[in-house]
Design a protein around this ligand. Structure first.
Ligand code: PEP
Ligand code: MG
Length: 583
């Protein structure tokens, strides 16, 4: 069986599937060995017991502090003892040989169907109570000993999941992930970006993938062509090995560009840097010929605990980045998280993408930001480190951020730490408000980098992580090109160095357009650097400028794409077959 999706990380891989649904916590669907079935039943009983204890304590505390009876908790307790739920779940474990988490999922689906049949709207609404109670048991299962976890996968597997949040992705043991297939997600979804950056083939937007794949079956993920094949035959598996060998060969060929300068055929020098999520991955930057790190997504340091890392741990991470890309610079983007990404979660917004995230969170959690900026001041004493604020919407936000930078310096000096003489601070231009006010930003701002992943979503009101909106999420939309053009002009007028660190920078065809529009620095996943370099070395800058000017006159993204393909074919062919496909 073949399911179609959107290929977001090129390459092909096959292996045993591990299936994960995403609820309050990731819910694994595992096939158990026969001798583990008894123990699994016990694990469920313990989680139920723990949940009952918690609910009874909540009920008693409420009664003590506020008086009165709280019938809703009694109702929840009854649900946890109801044989309809408990016995059925135990039976599912026994009969289907699946884990406790999955047995609860199966029973929840059955009970939802029962609730849906009820004619009384009040009773129908009780399904929310059921979800609440089951969510608690799932959390207790996940926290207990022997729970399956993304950090401890059973072996090298292909992950088939509803969705993986950025914090799931941070927890995941990527060394054991051969490939990823998600039902949700899109090309600019954070997990897709991470898979690309780590070179793990991935497909997103694969409808019904978790229902179609039984755990333990072999699946094939083809991230280049956007397919998930369930139980592929022997010829398809042999094809995987061949394709992997061809990809490796092409990779070797492109690696030959590593030591060559990033310069166009008519002598125009460009800077190519790397985007990095995990400090231990930073060696991939020099290995692919990147001149330093243009974007370190520091929030991955929050890790699976989803807690702010302390200043010393951060210092260590930032120093290790500097060391790995020496003598080139490192740009650390300050925390780009919302309250929903933390444990315990803060008050969340209905729409987190428009919520109290990044610098906005500094009003609620100033210490987290001051701690990060202190670590940056200290690490900056040892090498060319720069700080960048994400998600700013205009000059006032930047002024607040700069105030924190000054406070952090003072505190670090007071504590007796050596600090950088100067910490260059830049702005990630990804909210239209910032793009339109670049000329008004405080003069202390030393550089800017266009975050096109978010800029596109905010300009076009198209959620970057929703596969249904993929046709509306258009990096080549005339509005996007106009805004980039405007930002280039505003940056030039105040001699502000300007880069692009969104995914556009790593796609050869789009990277050439950006250069034609006047961008001189591109930051991308490390493996994209050789391809972009090959493409630009095969291009002339005067030609790129002409093509970009013509693109700015097009009314539709499709027309821009067609024009780029027609005019720049030779250059993108130099970047290899994958570039032609992925652009
Ligand atoms: C962007 O928005 O383009 C960007 C570089 O940051 P992220 O993808 O982490 O939001
Ligand atoms: Mg962004």
């Amino acid at each position: 069986m073949e399911l179609r999706g959107i290929g977001v990380s090129p390459g092909i891989a096959a292996g045993e599937a591990v299936v994960v649904e995403r609820e309050a916590v990731p819910v694994f669907r595992l096939l158990l060995p026969a001798d583990q079935v008894e123990a699994e039943g016990d694990r469920l009983r313990r989680a139920l017991e723990e949940s009952r204890g918690q609910l009874a304590r909540i009920r008693d505390t409420l009664a003590r502090e506020y008086g009165g009876a709280h019938a809703i908790f009694d109702a929840h307790l009854l649900m946890l003892e109801d044989p309809l739920l408990v016995d059925r779940a135990l039976a599912v474990i026994r009969e289907q040989r699946v884990n406790a988490e999955w047995s609860l999922r199966v029973v929840a689906d059955q009970l939802h169907a029962v609730f849906a049949e009820l004619s009384d709207p009040y009773l129908r609404e009780r399904r929310r109570d059921l979800d609440d109670v089951l969510g608690r048991v799932q959390i207790n299962l996940a926290g207990g000993a022997g729970a399956p976890s993304l950090g401890r996968l059973p072996g090298a597997v292909v992950l088939v999941a509803t969705d993986l949040t950025p914090s799931d992705a941070a927890e995941l043991d990527w060394k054991k992930v051969l490939g990823v297939a998600l039902e949700r997600g899109s090309s600019s979804h954070h997990t897709a970006i991470l898979a690309r950056s780590l070179g793990v083939p991935a497909v997103v937007g694969v409808r019904d993938a978790t229902a179609a794949v039984r755990p333990g079956t072999t699946v094939l993920v083809d991230g280049t062509r956007g397919r998930l094949v369930v139980e592929p035959g022997a010829p398809a598996l042999a094809g995987v090995r061949e394709t992997q060998e061809r990809d490796r060969e092409e990779e070797r060929r492109l690696q030959e560009t590593r030591a060559l300068p990033a310069v166009t055929a008519d002598g125009h020098r460009v800077t190519l840097r790397a985007n990095v999520e995990f400090p231990e991955e930073a060696t991939a930057a020099p290995a692919h010929g990147a001149e330093g790190i243009g974007l370190f997504r520091s929030e991955y340091l929050l890790g699976r605990a989803r807690q702010w890392p302390d200043e010393e741990r951060q210092l260590e991470a930032y120093l290790s980045l500097l060391e790995q890309v020496h003598p080139h610079p490192v740009t650390v983007r300050t925390w780009d998280v919302g309250p929903e990404d933390l444990v315990p979660a803060g008050p969340t917004s209905v729409n987190p993408a428009l919520g109290e995230r990044a610098l906005r969170l500094a009003r609620r959690a100033p210490q987290a930001f001051l701690g990060q900026l202190r670590a940056l001041w200290r690490a900056g004493a040892r090498g060319p480190l720069r700080a960048m604020f994400p998600f700013v919407s205009g000059p006032a936000d930047v002024a607040e951020g700069l105030d924190l930078v000054a406070q952090a310096r003072e505190a670090a000096v007071k504590a007796g730490n050596p600090v950088a003489e100067q910490l260059l601070v830049g702005v990630n231009v990804e909210v239209p408000g910032a793009a339109l006010t670049l000329d008004l930003l405080p003069r202390e701002v030393a550089f800017a980098s266009l975050g096109t992943n978010d800029l596109v979503q905010y300009l076009l009101a198209a959620d970057r992580s929703d596969p249904r909106l993929a046709p509306h999420y258009q990096p080549l939309h005339p509005a996007v090109l106009r805004v980039i053009h405007g930002v280039v002009e505003a940056a030039r007028a105040r001699a502000l160095p300007l880069a692009v660190c969104g995914e556009m920078a790593g796609q050869p065809l789009l990277a050439l357009l950006l250069l034609g529009l006047g961008i001189e620095e591109l930051s991308m996943r490390p493996a994209a650097v050789p391809r972009v370099k090959a493409a630009l070395r095969a291009s002339r800058m005067d030609m790129l400028r002409e093509v970009a000017a013509a693109c700015l006159r097009q009314a539709r993204a499709e027309d821009v794409h067609a024009l780029l393909c027609a005019e720049l074919r030779a250059a993108t062919e130099a970047a290899g077959a994958e570039a032609a496909l992925s652009s």
